[in-house]
Design a protein around this ligand. Structure first.
Ligand SMILES: Cc1ncc(COP(=O)(O)O)c(C=O)c1O
Length: 394
């Protein structure tokens, strides 16, 4: 890792035996970090943004970066927004945490997909809320089921803080919510006055087709807090993301105790990323990432087709980092993991991705397989081993 004293492999073994080939994390590929361009942006920041980048910054983030994000949204999605609708965070995770703090009251329900991103579930569990999961199929969250749950919660007089959804290249399933489902969800949210937290961190990493309009756009920009991040397209260690929302919601975030006390999130990093983008580095970098991850996505799909025994099924993501595999009964992911670790690979089984466990299917037969940070050759080797472990789990 170019001078780091911790090799990428050490950061990514994820609970497996030492030396195991890890398919554990949803990490970007460290070999693709744009180091020279970042160094240039750091130097420009030190030359031109002192003291602004080293003092407490404006609560919303530096206008330089807010303006760059406005231009990016217009260029990529034809979405015209103003800087008053954007709020810089220390990554999407911090955005979600702050939203929980401000939008959720003790005893509220937070709705989310089953499965959903396990670390978002961990953030939600830091708050005294009840998590209610709604199943996902290959078109995204099941809106009819969601409507039924909402009706039931209303009759119980239970307040719903918001729905947390990952509509694009979902973690862990790789599923993208169709345009039709998005329209249905946006209509339901408007009718039911349901706040939506739209986690859209993978939107730029599209390898096939196009990404449907965001829920933020489809709801008429009301009642949606859309999370973005530079973690997947630049580097997670930068700790930089944003919330796109109506102006009143942005004001609420900016007036939080955290932001009033600490000022804007990570001003130095925000300037570095702004200068990186202003120099025109972001678009070619994302194009290179898309090519790299597309090759790996194909390597994984090809390897699965070549190695999986009949009865095993998996999703076919059009972007993002993950394939989601389902084992045939009576096999469980845990027994396959045990057999796979003996043979030298590791991966997460499905349970942590289900906030409510058993009732929703529980994840016992699921395996999440990231293809983002493993080379195509290792993907082929790893899937071969996984196929062996499924054929002979004991
Ligand atoms: C769906 C989703 N949201 C958020 C994050 C974390 O984003 P950040 O690094 O910006 O906090 C991840 C990372 O895996 C993710 O998969």
């Amino acid at each position: 890792m170019n001078g780091s004293d911790e090799p990428a492999a050490a950061l990514q073994t994820g609970g497996g035996p030492p030396g195991a080939l890890s398919f554990y994390y949803g990490h970007p590929d460290p070999d693709a970090f744009p180091l020279a361009e970042l160094q240039e942006a750091v130097e420009i920041t030190l030359q031109h943004h002192i003291p602004a980048s080293l003092v407490y910054g404006p609560e919303q983030g530096p206008p330089l970066l807010l303006n760059i994000l406005c231009r990016k949204l217009l260029r990529d999605e034809g979405l015209r927004v103003s800087t008053e609708q954007l709020f810089i965070t220390a990554g999407a995770s911090q955005g979600l945490d702050l939203i929980c703090r401000l939008w959720a009251r003790p005893g509220d329900v937070v709705l989310l997909e089953a499965p959903s991103y396990h670390e978002a579930i961990a953030v939600l569990r830091d708050y005294p809320v009840r998590l209610v999961a709604v199943p996902l199929d290959d078109e995204g969250i099941m809106v009819e089921t969601l409507a039924g749950k909402l009706r039931q919660l209303r009759t119980e007089d239970t307040d719903v803080a918001f729905l947390y959804t990952i509509p694009t290249f979902q973690n862990p399933s790789g599923v993208t919510m169709t345009a039709e489902r998005r329209h249905a969800l946006a209509a339901l949210a408007r009718d039911e006055k349901l706040w939506i937290v739209e986690d859209d961190v993978y939107r730029d990493l599209c390898y096939e087709g196009t990404v449907p309009p965001s829920l933020f756009e489809l709801t008429g920009r009301q009642g949606v807090l859309r999370l973005g991040s530079f973690s997947k397209t630049l580097a997670p260690g930068l700790r930089l993301g944003w919330v796109l929302a109506e102006q009143g919601a942005v004001t609420r975030l900016a007036n939080s105790g955290l932001r009033q006390s600490a000022g804007g999130a990570n001003p130095f990093t925000a300037y570095v990323v702004a200068e990186f983008c202003r120099a025109g580095h972001l678009e070619p970098h994302v194009a290179r990432l898309v090519a790299r991850y597309h090759t790996r996505r194909d390597a994984m799909l090809d390897a699965l087709a070549a190695t999986m025994p009949s009865g095993v099924t998996w999703t076919r993501p059009r972007g993002g980092f993950f394939v989601w595999l389902t084992l045939p009964e009576p096999l469980t992911a845990r027994e396959v993991l045990a057999a796979a670790q003996v043979r030298g690979i590791t991966f997460p089984t499905g349970e942590p991705f289900f906030a409510e466990g058993g009732a929703e299917g529980g994840g016992e037969r699921h395996i999440r397989l990231p293809f983002s940070y493993v080379s195509p050759a290792d993907i082929a080797r790893g899937m071969d081993i996984l196929g062996q472990a499924i054929r002979a789990p004991s």
